[in-house]
Ligand binder design. Structure first.
Ligand code: ATP
Ligand code: MG
Length: 553
């Protein structure tokens, strides 16, 4: 078991409820609206809800909150299920709020019969005026005193499609002078002549969130209904509906939503990025969606660890994305396969190495012996990283420079004897000699060098495309900036390298594998890869370059 951790406030409530016998077992739910892909904020809610179910021997339902026919789609339903499974959780039941439309309709009829709901004909504008303000009570609508019979007839006619969108609504009859504005006769049903992705054209009236959510919880016997802080004012209405309908008393608890630096976290905003072409899709590796993180190479473990580390707060805050990256590095450092890839290649010729000869050198796959080793071909012509050579070396430069010695990883020590430049002054070739006795694993040269660089053998190397990602936004909290949040997009968030060379073992790379390209970061195979061209995404750099930069300034 992990180290002793203090309980979060929801766990405290649950333990008290179990101890007092209020519930024998707990049932939580994750209730996404299928109007977009899940983002890292949803992961927080998933880990919390499913985590509680697991911790307390209870269960968790997946319930699609599909009461808004216009924005919802089955594509989203499938992606949401995929993402939850990928995160490592299983739901006890898959439900849809739309499965309850008949029941919810019956609840509405019941409220009308109890004189607790009425059909209102006033316009949205009039309704807003009559609603009052936080400091001023509202006024009753002239239609508030309709008889039960008339309300039943009108509501039935609404259901039968006798009216146009917006012509009538059903409102709960509560109190137009209530201090909580949401309790001032909230709309509970509206007319919407729209095709629903599950119920088709059966309905032209749809329940509002507040009339669907609590009742759906209750229908499923959810014990602890956990949502984000903005729903605090809704709790009163949630409780009112349950009380008046005299149904299973589910309870709502609120926690602070996850906000993260350098990104946005609302599906509406993310949809804009997709629709307006700022990213290649919902699973663009720069997106904060779970599918984006997955494609970028994030692991479910790293995201679960992150959610665990940030805990469950009662107050809104902004979490540093470096914490998520830290969780990821911590894992990839242990598990990723070490390989060699040269992203900005320059030729290195070993002048005293036999023409046409190839040696298969052994290289470790990772820090653990259990990860094994592989062979990498070595020959006279190699690719090395352009930045590993300096014509005029800086102080403490331990890499390639005229006259300098350096070790080629898992191979030999070489001495730089010269280099060639083109007319533009770019280095086109570096000439070295190698020391045959210095072979890694059996070095008898007696020479010690400070620098080790990575390389690939030119004849066997595979040409690959490498995609390097940076933050999608320049501003720490783009949604809080003035103006359009998209004005803060980082124009350099994607860098595509077309002519990288990777070691031949990567020919059989699989999408599930995680690689550390030595000294370059963690990478994974992208779904755009073809037989002709492998494409790799950089998942994360080896170190937190941003953190360092801040310190330097
Ligand atoms: P968005 O504003 O991104 O569209 P939403 O709250 O409308 O989010 P839903 O599909 O309704 O999205 O959310 C499903 C569940 O996930 C809800 O219980 C919601 O409270 C929770 N959730 C959504 N965003 C976050 C977040 N940033 N942090 C924690 N939980 C979240
Ligand atoms: Mg929502």
């Amino acid at each position: 078991m992990s180290e002793e951790k203090s309980l979060n406030f929801i766990e405290e409530i649950i333990e008290a409820d179990l101890e007092s016998g209020k519930y024998k077992t707990i049932l939580t739910r994750f209730p996404p609206e299928p109007n977009g892909y899940l983002h890292i904020g949803h992961a927080k809610s998933i880990c919390l809800n499913f985590g509680l179910g697991l911790k307390y021997g209870g269960k968790t339902n997946l319930r699609f909150d599909d009461t808004n026919p216009v924005t919802e789609d089955t594509e989203y339903v499938e992606s949401i299920k995929d993402d939850i499974r990928w995160l490592g959780f299983n739901w006890a039941n898959e439900f849809y709020a739309s499965d309850y439309f008949d029941q919810l309709y019956a609840f509405a009829i019941e409220l009308i019969k109890k004189d607790l709901a009425y059909v209102d004909d006033i316009s949205a504008e009039e309704m807003a005026i009559l609603k009052g303000s936080p400091t001023e009570p509202g006024k009753n609508s002239p239609f508030r005193s309709r008889s039960i019979e008339e309300n039943l007839a009108l509501f039935t006619a609404m259901k039968e499609g006798k009216y146009k969108d917006g012509e009538k609504v059903l409102r709960a009859k509560i109190d137009m002078g209530h201090v909580n504005m949401l309790m001032r006769d909230p709309i509970i049903y509206r007319i919407k002549h729209a095709h629903h992705h599950r119920t088709g054209d059966k309905w032209c009236i749809y329940p509002m969130y507040d009339f669907a959510h609590g009742q759906s919880d209750s229908i499923e016997n959810i014990t602890h209904s956990i949502c984000t802080l903005e729903f605090i004012p809704h709790r009163e209405l949630y409780d009112w509906c349950i009380e008046k309908l005299n149904i299973f008393p589910s309870h709502q608890y609120e926690f602070a939503r996850l906000n993260m630096t350098y990104t946005v976290m609302s599906k509406r905003k993310l949809l804009q990025l997709v629709n307006e072409g700022y990213v290649s899709g919902w699973d663009d590796p720069r997106m904060p969606t779970l599918s984006g993180f997955r494609r970028k190479g994030y692991t479910p473990e790293s995201i679960r660890n992150f959610c665990d580390k940030i805990g469950v707060a009662k107050r809104e805050n902004l979490i540093d994305i470096s914490l998520l990256e830290f969780c990821l590095r911590e894992e990839l450092n242990k598990t990723s396969l070490r390989v060699m890839a040269v992203l900005d290649p320059v030729k290195l010729i070993i002048t005293n190495y036999e023409d046409g000869k190839t040696e298969e050198l052994i290289s470790e796959n990772g820090p653990e012996e259990s990860m094994g080793s592989r062979t990498v071909p070595f020959s006279k012509e190699l690719w090395v990283e352009r930045e590993d050579f300096m014509e005029v070396p800086a102080k403490k430069w331990f890499r390639l420079a005229p006259g300098a010695l350096v070790r080629l990883k898992s191979a030999y020590i070489v001495k730089c004897e010269g280099f060639t430049k083109d007319e533009a002054g770019n280095v086109t070739e570096i000439q070295c000699t190698y020391i045959p006795e210095s072979k890694s694993g059996g070095d008898s040269s007696g020479i010690s060098v400070k620098g080790t660089i990575h390389w690939v053998s030119a004849a066997q190397a595979i040409n690959a495309e490498i995609r390097l990602y940076d933050r999608l936004f320049k501003a720490e909290n783009p949604a809080a900036e003035e103006g359009d949040f998209k004005d803060n997009i980082n124009p350099d968030s994607l860098q595509v390298i077309n002519n990288a060379y990777i070691e031949p073992s990567l020919a059989t790379a699989t999408p599930d594998s995680r690689y550390q390209f030595l000294r370059k970061g963690y990478f994974c195979l992208d779904k755009d890869s073809t037989k002709e061209k492998l494409v790799f995404n950089r998942t994360v750099t080896l170190k937190d370059a941003w953190g360092k930069e801040v310190k330097r300034n």
